[in-house]
Ligand binder design. Structure first.
Ligand code: URA
Length: 178
């Protein structure tokens, strides 16, 4: 797949309501690639993933547990266009967009992958369990190891317990050597 065509994708109906395709940002051959669910309103307007509130929490936790600055890793989403009203992406949307995600991973060659939330854990590692069972588990995308954790929006809703679980999941990633 030609990644230069991703900003113009019309493969699913999300293109009808999006403002822009949120491709992702960060270095190539990064030590870490973070994969979220789908852009929200701020990201659809700003064109960058995780620039809203949940993104700020995620960036802080990654810095505190892994010592990485935002410029040190690549961030993207399993689905590149905002679903209306921020609904969960449909299985068909995630399946269609997965080809772009796989092409991005193949081209960036990250050393480790962190997925946040159900949709990304399934798209990247193929986990069929929900995130309450799959978090903290080692996953493999082709030969690239990584870990699944909760979505930071869940931590913003549910509070410090989920933040503590996310920190523990990040330490699993640190133990892998990120
Ligand atoms: N939630 C996500 O999963 N990704 C974003 O980019 C923003 C919010």
């Amino acid at each position: 797949m030609d990644l230069t065509e991703l900003p113009f994708c019309t493969a699913c109906s999300l293109h009808e309501t999006r403002q822009r395709v949120v491709v992702g940002s960060g270095p190539t051959m990064p030590r870490l690639m973070v994969v979220g669910e789908a852009p929200g309103r701020s990201e659809d307007e700003g064109g960058e993933p995780f620039i809203g509130r949940s993104g700020q929490l995620l960036v802080r936790l990654i810095f505190e547990e892994l010592g990485l600055q935002r410029a040190d890793y690549f961030v993207t989403n399993a689905v590149k266009c905002r679903p209306p009203q921020n609904r969960t992406p449909r299985l068909s949307e995630a399946a269609t967009c997965r080809a772009w995600l796989v092409a991005q991973i193949d081209s960036l060659r990250p050393t480790r992958i962190l997925t946040v939330g159900n949709v990304a854990a399934k798209a990247v590692f193929g986990f069929s369990d929900g995130i309450s069972r799959a978090h903290g588990r080692l996953g493999l995308h082709q030969d690239i190891p990584g870990v699944a954790t909760y979505h930071p929006a869940a931590a913003l809703r549910a509070g410090p317990n989920v933040v503590d679980v996310m920190r523990a999941d990040l330490r699993v990633l640190r133990a892998l050597g990120v």
